[in-house]
Design a protein around this ligand. Sequence first.
Ligand SMILES: *[C@@H]1O[C@H](CO)[C@@H](O)[C@H](O)[C@H]1NC(C)=O
Ligand SMILES: *[C@@H]1O[C@H](CO)[C@@H](O)[C@H](O)[C@H]1NC(C)=O
Length: 579
Amino acid sequence: MEVFLHITLCLLSILFTVSLAQAQLPFPFNLFGGGDTDYVEPFRAVKSNDLPTLYTGGWELHSQNSKVSSMHLILMPNRNKAVIFDATVFGPSLIRLPNGICRPVPIRRKGEKKSVDCFAHSVEYDLDTAEVRPLMVLTDTWCSSGGLSANGTLVQTGGWNDGGNAVRYLRGCANCDWQENQGALTGQRWYSTQQILPDGSFIVVGGRRMFSYEFVPAEGQKNTINYKLPLLRETTDNVENNLYPFVHLSTDGNLFILANNRSILLNPITKTVIREFPVLAGGSRNYPASGMSALLPIKLHGVNAKVIPAEVMVCGGAKYEAAKLAEKGIFLPAIQNCGRLQITLPNPEWKMETMPTPRVMGDMLNLPTGDILLINGAKKGTSGWLFAEDPSLSPVLYSPMKSAYRRFTTLTASTIPRMYHSTSAVLPDGKILVAGSNTNNVYKFKDVKYPTELRIEKFWPPYLDPLLAVHRPTILTSFTRQTLNYGQNFDVAFTLADPFVTRPNMKVTMYAPPFTTHGFSMNQRLIELAITYIKHGLTDTKTVSAITPPSSKVAPPGYYIMFVVFRGVPSKGVWIKIG
Ligand SMILES: *[C@@H]1O[C@H](CO)[C@@H](O)[C@H](O)[C@H]1NC(C)=O
Ligand SMILES: *[C@@H]1O[C@H](CO)[C@@H](O)[C@H](O)[C@H]1NC(C)=O
């Protein structure tokens, strides 16, 4: 009887799987040909073949006390650690520098007394155990920027005061600490954006009253040249609203730059503005209006496509006048719309959509599946100390492949407000690390509506539905000892018990882990690789053969987290290096 029941259940589940698999055929794209197609509409709605789930996500408290508030957050490759840091100027954190070390505090005004600071403003955070190791930043990292270089070293630029023109390096090893090159940049890069380029170098764009960009010099060198960017001067309004500009590297090597409500395409080699895009109406999108922006997944269809479509999405932000009113304690509702722009088309138009709720200061993360997560922030006000109300406790899932009006899903709410100076990060296991929030100018835990937040949570997106766990592929191949080249075929072995592991049911994606601060995740990109074939082994072992990205314009050199995704359920990711 038991056996009979088991067989019946198996048959039922197979029938269910088959009917779902058939429902999405015929597959509308030429996914594997590439070559002669000039342009493939990247996000035409397709009937989803994702496994159905009713799970709207879950929350887990990972740490009671990260000791340092997470204004800036980045993962370190291959180490199962994140680096968290704040500013040096906000007074004591909850952890001292190791071995009784103190650092001299820079003198800012004449007559100021010499003093020392013995507290850490940066820690390395263990993603499993939540243990922290204090690190020592010397110069002020307040509102700075960063990114992982091709060899996995964190390169980190700017900040305030003595940190404004500094470049800092943090290598990945068990006892590595910050190394700093003060005076490396031509000016104060405070609230600027850093982006890796195809040759592995970094550009730093803007900053407060810095209407220019420059390229991070080689380690130990000092920069002498910067280049004017009139867009930044022209889009500065009475409260700026154009700091931390959104910068994305397009698939043709050009940079998309959005400041306030205007955007351009800049060629970083010739230093010319190639194109200005239409104005994105509705309000301001950058600090202190602090909207969100990400590149939608870059889909590769083969090695020879002439144009690889790239599409930018911008969501939320605040009305032009919101920060002035927030100063007076009046909190306007944040912007509720999003715009999508295909930046590889000659004359694209913004396509507008509406989020379930308004959002300012949120993060926009590329999930391993190709969906987008909107998380953190507030529904009213702007960035700035005490400038926001009504925290956005519910993350929202955005599925770019679904038909319009079905793309947004509101997920399970947290109980912890994550507003100004909060951050988040996609982890290799597919969970989301959620950290920080400090709307006060020092660490403050009492007598304020929104205390400094040192708890760290992990959010489980819908694909981590416990009922889907049996459909989760497990990657067997390790890539830690090799560097992949561009346009190369490679195999990934994985185990998965499901039958019907076919090309339309599978994705291989690679994710560039970003540097996240102030609602923008610098250098973030998700690339969906072309799959050439899938081989079935005798047991549950399978091999998917995919092609690495065609060039460093599509995927700048460095570390990525690779995922194998089966019908919307991603494996745990593995680190790969390309370049
Ligand atoms: C790693 O990258 C950093 C930043 O680009 C560079 O300064 C350093 O020399 C590199 N280290 C090695 C060992 O190549
Ligand atoms: C763009 O932003 C500027 C500065 O905030 C504002 O004055 C202008 O009206 C905006 N343009 C549009 C079309 O919304």
